[in-house]
Design a protein around this ligand. Structure first.
Ligand SMILES: *[C@@H]1O[C@H](CO)[C@@H](O)[C@H](O)[C@H]1NC(C)=O
Ligand SMILES: *[C@@H]1O[C@H](CO)[C@@H](O)[C@H](O)[C@H]1NC(C)=O
Length: 438
């Protein structure tokens, strides 16, 4: 106690002396405060007259830049500027004694400074720019300023990416002081902090600052409870770029794939077209993988969208394979039938001609039999082929009419088309409900 009182008395005496002379120099003030020589006591001890006094530290933060959010490492980078205010009970003076000196700048290293850190801080050491001076006021209030390119951790919820909002904490606390000796308070409320942040905001990138809440809290631990000052920052992503870059191409690709049902199978381009669409979707999947972290517990809806589209296109490729296979099956059967019928007719003619030739001139008739076209004429032959075809058709009608596979393929195609459209609609509804319901 006495140790604290003596300097105070001495200061009082010094104050009386200087008031007589009304010193207008900083030097006089420094002498009064005993800061002309190094004063280790002022650097070491918490500046209170009674050790039971709590030093209340008022903190004020302005967020004036949001540089970006790294979804992979779950960090947010921004620019903050904060001022810290506390009272040094030992350094007071009467302004009128010093020609109205109301502010005195003192190097930080000469005074006791509250050790305040940001809990979520992951910035590298070079990112903080502290004012090397603190400003002292006649009533002992000390201001200190710092600005920082702050990278802080934030558990991101990407379920609604790119329509997500992120709530991040910036927690100020003293590294070692108990709540009884150092109490952190905000000198402002959330709404005015938000207003000033909006006013000073230099860059926001793809994020909009929506809200700032200030919470006074305690960190309960073992013997000491630390005082916490939490700024809860609500950020909202501007989704437009992702929409035109990602969602729209995805939907367009799906529509293209849907439209490709109208490409005829015969042209042979349908299959290649669908595979191209599939590849395009997989490129989008790759881009998505670059953006999003691999959180297993809560898959972002956009990943569902991508996988869904990929699956739909993949299924439609498989389906078009099946359909083209069925078409080909039918075509080759028909051709086989036709060629066998023509063969039959020709063989019949040949044997007939041979029989006739036996009765007359063997050599000539055999030649004619081998070339029945010359003997019968085209019309006759075609008629016969037609008859045989009809017969074959009736014969086959019992088991399977020609074009059976084609019809099966058409049915599959139609069913799949309807199913595809339904799945597409259900999917769009699912995504829209998930995204809009915020
Ligand atoms: C000033 O500080 C010095 C060194 O710490 C000390 O010896 C001296 O008593 C102090 N004087 C006053 C007026 O506080
Ligand atoms: C932010 O801090 C508040 C108060 O300490 C706490 O209740 C909340 O859970 C924190 N939020 C996150 C995301 O850490």
């Amino acid at each position: 106690m006495a140790a604290l009182w003596i300097p105070a008395l001495v200061m009082f005496a010094a104050g009386v002396c200087s008031s007589l002379s009304s010193d207008c120099t900083y030097y006089g003030l420094l002498e009064l405060l005993n800061l002309t020589t190094s004063n280790a006591a002022l650097e070491i001890m918490r500046p209170v007259k009674n050790w039971r006094n709590t030093t209340v530290v008022y903190l004020d933060m302005v967020l004036y830049g949001i540089l970006g959010i790294d979804e992979k490492s779950q960090t947010v980078t921004g620019h903050i500027w904060f001022s810290v205010l506390w009272t040094n009970e030992l350094l007071t003076w009467n302004a009128s004694d010093f020609c109205g000196i109301k502010e005195l700048a003192i190097p930080k290293s000469r005074l006791w400074i509250p050790d305040i850190i940001i809990k979520e801080d992951t910035s590298d050491s070079g990112s903080i720019h502290e004012d090397p001076w603190v400003i002292l006021h006649p009533n002992g209030e000390i201001y200190s300023f710092a600005r920082q390119r702050l990278t802080f951790t934030c558990i991101l919820n990407l379920h609604k990416f790119p329509f997500d909002k992120q709530k991040c904490n910036i927690t100020f606390l003293s590294m070692n002081a108990d709540v009884k000796t150092l109490l952190l308070r905000s000198s402002d409320n959330g709404s005015s902090t938000l207003m000033r942040s909006d006013q000073f905001m230099a860059t926001q990138g793809e994020w909009g600052l929506k809200n700032i809440d200030i919470i006074h809290d305690y960190l309960v631990g073992g013997e000491k409870n630390s005082s916490l000052l939490v700024y809860t920052v609500l950020l909202e992503r501007k989704p437009f770029l992702y929409i035109i870059n990602f969602v729209v191409p995805l939907v367009y690709l799906l529509v293209l794939d849907l439209a490709s049902f109208f490409i005829s199978v015969d042209s042979g381009e349908k299959f290649g077209f669908k595979v191209t669409v599939l590849l395009s979707v997989s490129v989008l999947l790759l881009i998505l993988q670059d953006i999003l972290p691999s959180t297993e517990d809560d898959l972002p809806m956009i990943a569902n969208l991508c996988v869904g589209v990929f699956t739909l296109v993949w299924l439609s490729v498989l389906e078009s394979m099946l359909v083209s296979f069925l078409y080909n099956l039918d075509r080759c059967c028909q051709e086989k039938n036709k060629s066998s019928i023509v063969g039959k007719v020709l063989k019949k003619k040949a044997t007939k001609g041979q029989k006739e030739g036996d009765s007359e001139n063997g050599e000539v008739k055999a030649e004619q039999g081998a070339l029945p076209l010359g003997q019968l004429g085209h019309a006759d032959l075609l008629k016969q082929v037609l008859e045989e075809l009809k017969a074959a058709q009736q014969e086959a009608g019992g088991q399977r009419s020609p074009g059976f596979y084609t019809r099966v393929a058409t049915i599959i195609d139609t069913l799949f088309f309807v199913g595809y459209i339904l799945a597409f609609a259900a999917f769009v509804i699912y995504i829209c409900v998930g995204w809009v319901d915020i």
